[in-house]
Design a protein around this ligand. Sequence first.
Ligand code: AMP
Length: 396
Amino acid sequence: MAKLSIRDLDLKDKVVFMRVDFNVPLNDAGEITDDTRIKASLPSILYALRNDAKLILASHLGRPKGKPNPKMSLQPVTVRLAQLLNRPVSFARDCVGPELERNAAELKPGGVLLLENLRFHKEEEGNDPDFARQLAAPANVYINDAFGSAHRAHASTEGITHYVPVRAAGLLMEKELEYLGKALQNPLHPYVAIVGGAKVSDKIKFLQNLMGFADTVLIGGAMAYTFLKAQGLDVGQSRYEPDKLDLAREVLQLAKQKNVKFKLPQDHVVAAKLDASAQGEIVNSSSIPADRLGVDIGPATTAEYVAEIRQARMIIWNGPMGVFEMDQFSKGTMEIARAVAASDAVSIVGGGDSVAAVHKAGVADNITHISTGGGASLEFLSGLKLPGVEALPEKP
Ligand code: AMP
């Protein structure tokens, strides 16, 4: 079932409260260093403006911990957004209150008002009903386009939906739900999941859920060492989770029961330490030296994983294969990124680090869908219900 979309609504002359994700990085001078997230919201914003909405935009920026903090003001976004839209954008110094209600009342069709950081009020994350009612006060229509925040029940993602009768998903939210929904409900086979990153514990629900539909799971990153240790191998100084060995064994058992090909690295790049000058050497899983740590998958593993990726019709990737932030340990992750991009499969990449990896490899344009929500996409693909998505009505 698809969610009601902004395209299904009449926005003319309506005050539209749109929750966006403008959580952009700022430098010490308060300048935006990367406006990708602003650009990602433009399709929904432009759609609303073309349809004569009076648009209110609201977002988080940084973690001001419930108090106003000028370093985390959304004011710089006003300037950038006005440039991108080529029209004026006004700014409300508070996201609730009488001044906002006056500003909202003055909005004309095609007008844009950006609210100050929602997180300047602790009631936002507390999902306080009274605060949610105040946010809702000027709005006739609520649009959620912030998929990356949908796994949190905040006043602007969940509470507000109780007070605005007309609600729908924005275009970015709609696209996320379409692709991630396909990955969950209409899997194509062979279905290959590539799972890496730091910890098994962060991705345990995802791994368990994958066993319901994946044919092959390729494991990399530090989490591989928890699995290898659980199988009795010596992992030297590699990062692993000593208290998660039983959990790792349960996952291995589940894979066997469900007949899922669950692959662990057969060789590794190991190093004496994690720093820019450290050099790697290649060893097999059975011979990781006691004074070395695993930092990347080795060439035999990479070749084996690439062969699996080539046969896939659906690929889902979350988590790097090694410490890809360091160039000398990024080879495995880069080759996986290139193989995913070269494949004819429907490919979905989620999680901040794997998304950074496909950009670093220069292949982002050849990925079917790059999710904007790290935590949210992981929870969605773990089969969990996201409060911000649940709060949106289904299409009739
Ligand atoms: P995650 O946020 O769980 O996807 O983990 C990503 C982080 O895991 C990145 O910062 C990687 O540098 C790190 N990582 C990946 N492989 C390893 C490894 N073998 N040893 C230590 N850290 C790793």
